[in-house]
Design a protein around this ligand. Structure first.
Ligand code: SF4
Length: 217
């Protein structure tokens, strides 16, 4: 507290405001408009974010803010692709030489190969922006980078459209998508809605019994 003001509370509110300003705008009320990021991520996560969101913890807010800040410093090019009544929105980070669509991913460690959800998203950007080639750049906070080139791919685009349609339908029907187990789950704020995580006391007892029997007398 500083005087009678709650300094921490004021900082948190300022962070929330900044995050709201910088965040990619998703038309949450319109299930016929799906952002390609929502479809590339776990659709259950995207459903909860629209219908029954939990707020981020402070560490996540800062990390999201940093990546939004970097994106905002880039061109942030918007595009959309219409498939029947569904509109797929995208935001690319930049287009180089009117030819290559670039997407940055800020990561704690450089990956050995590109993540499928990042490829799906960049490929959707290629279709929405009418380009054939993309560059996916992974970057760490200490400035290390690695790049992958991506060529427009119809099957990957069909997959993201399929996922967007599923999300759109389930949003309209008010049905929560199925659990999609992945690396995202471990740090996901909705983990407890998807998995039971009660510690199994009986398992612990059983292990003690097994190892007790194995230990030398
Ligand atoms: S815990 Fe996993 S399955 Fe559940 S919403 Fe998060 S990412 Fe999706």
């Amino acid at each position: 507290m500083l005087g009678d003001r709650n300094l921490r509370g004021m900082i948190e509110k300022a962070l929330d405001r900044l995050n709201d300003d910088l965040n990619i705008k998703v038309d949450k009320k319109n299930p016929d408009r799906i952002h390609a990021l929502e479809a590339a991520l776990c659709t259950r996560f995207s459903y909860y974010e629209r219908k029954d969101p939990l707020s981020e913890d402070n560490a996540s807010k800062v990390s999201i803010l940093l990546s939004h800040g970097i994106r905002n410093a880039l061109s942030n090019i918007k595009g959309e692709y219409k498939v029947d009544s569904l509109t797929l929105d995208v935001n690319a980070d930049m287009v180089i030489g009117d030819e290559f669509v670039v997407r940055f991913e800020i990561v704690p460690e450089l990956p050995a190969m590109p993540h499928p959800r990042h490829l799906l998203y960049l490929n959707a950007c290629l279709f929405a922006l009418g380009k054939d080639e993309g560059i996916l750049i992974y970057m760490t906070a200490d400035g290390r980078t690695t790049e992958y080139s991506v060529t427009k791919n119809n099957r990957m685009f069909e997959e993201i459209v399929r996922r967007a349609r599923v999300l759109s339908t389930l949003l309209k029907d008010g049905k929560v998508p199925i659990v999609e187990p992945s690396d995202l789950c471990l740090k996901c704020k909705y983990y407890s809605r998807c998995y039971s995580r009660e510690k199994a006391k009986e398992t612990t007892d059983m292990l003690q019994e097994i190892f007790g029997k194995l230990s030398p007398k």
